[in-house]
Design a binder for this molecule. Structure first.
Ligand code: GN1
Ligand code: MG
Length: 364
């Protein structure tokens, strides 16, 4: 029997399970919030990992453990002057950090950070600076964890030239015979930017940027905000913690935060990049990240913002052409709609390059 209650019960719940509901808006895994009849730990998170995407989910769990252990040690030896929490991995009855059901699905559980909420879009300037703080604190806490201690659980993740190569291959096979104006816009958009897409990987190859541990997915709704104090107290979704460039994270956080309409909007033509929010996020980020950034890191920040928006658009667009095999979708054109949002955002970033570079310059 593989019903959700049976699966959740494998993770030694500290009470009787009262309810299980789908939770959040993840595009890859299936996430559930388990509610307990208990006065202490009231909830925990149960997830089925998409093993088409994460081919070695045991390594994902190992990275999470390495990360959690490191951060707990850091916080014990160097306590912060404000609250910060890290989700705990919950073990099964056999003390394993995952459980495989009779269909071969890979399940794991994490503690839920109580009395917090998250938002899909930025609510105000304070929220923006808290989101930046959360990413900065995350980078700060792992800045002394050698990246080689983390496995590469998702080869090619955020390597834009790789996505571009894959797109070229997909395009040869799957190009629709009837081309709508939206489709033509996307094809042209990508083709106009192919040579520049190597910017961060070239910088790494030249030794300008180096690999560090990264979060991999620091979008706005992965930052947990304390409902009382409105402070960020955790950043969740640790599946993509692995070696990478902090620029992927900075770009991803800003492409998410500065798009006030959100990545799921239908009004793609109205999408723009809000430079005031960018200013607040970067202030929050640098308030805790300044010490480990180099001059070169600042020099590639603008490119990172532009690139990660473009890259996500390219990933959505390729998945649309290929028949929606990577991101979960609600309707056949969903990934096309998401791609248009990111391309419009990229356009807005490009048209405001001087203002964005000025914000970065003034923070150096
Ligand atoms: C995916 O599943 P979710 O929502 O946490 C994706 C991210 C994208 C994001 C866009 C492993 O994350 O890279 O930025 O969708 N994760 C993976 O919403 O590809
Ligand atoms: Mg994620």
């Amino acid at each position: 029997m593989n019903n959700l209650f049976d699966i959740a019960n494998q993770f030694k719940p500290q009470g009787t399970i009262a309810d299980i509901q789908e939770f959040g808006h993840g595009n890859i895994n299936n996430t559930f919030l388990v509610t307990l009849d208990s006065s202490t730990d009231k909830h925990f998170i149960l997830q089925r990992i998409n093993t088409q995407v994460f081919r070695q989910p045991e390594l994902v769990m190992r990275n999470i453990s390495t990360f959690t252990h490191h951060v707990q040690q850091r916080l014990q030896h160097f306590p912060l002057n404000r609250p910060w929490e890290v989700p705990r991995v919950l073990l099964t009855q056999d003390n394993k950090d995952y459980w495989i059901d009779t269909h071969g699905s890979f399940w794991r559980s994490l503690s839920f950070i109580e009395n917090t909420e998250s938002f899909d879009t930025i609510q105000n300037n304070h929220h923006a600076s808290e989101v930046g703080y959360a990413l900065g604190m995350f980078h700060n806490l792992i800045s002394d964890l050698p990246p080689q201690k983390l496995a590469d659980t998702l080869p090619g993740f955020h390597i834009t030239p790789g996505y571009l190569q894959h797109y070229q291959n997909v395009k040869k096979q799957y190009i629709p015979s009837v081309q709508t104006p939206e489709l033509k816009y996307c094809l042209q958009f990508v083709s106009d930017r192919t040579t520049w897409a190597h910017v961060l990987e070239n910088a790494q190859a030249q030794g300008h940027l180096k690999l560090r541990p990264i979060h991999g997915d620091p979008k706005v709704n992965n930052v947990m905000i304390d409902t009382q104090t409105e402070q960020a107290i955790s950043i969740i979704d640790l599946d993509t913690v692995k070696p990478g460039l902090v620029h992927y994270d900075i770009g991803d956080c800003l492409r998410s935060a500065c798009n006030s309409l959100g990545e799921e909007t239908q009004e793609w033509e109205m999408v723009s990049f809000d430079t005031d929010i960018c200013d607040c996020v970067l202030q929050g980020y640098l308030s805790v990240a300044r010490d480990f950034l180099t001059e070169r890191d600042y020099a590639y920040m603008y490119d990172a913002i532009r690139l990660i928006a473009f890259e996500l658009g390219l990933r959505f667009f390729t998945d649309y052409l290929q028949g929606n095999i990577y991101f979960k979708t609600q309707y056949p054109e969903h990934n096309l709609a998401r791609a248009l949002v990111q391309f419009k955002l990229t356009e807005s970033i490009e048209s405001q390059s001087a203002a964005i570079c000025k914000i970065i310059q003034e923070m150096r």
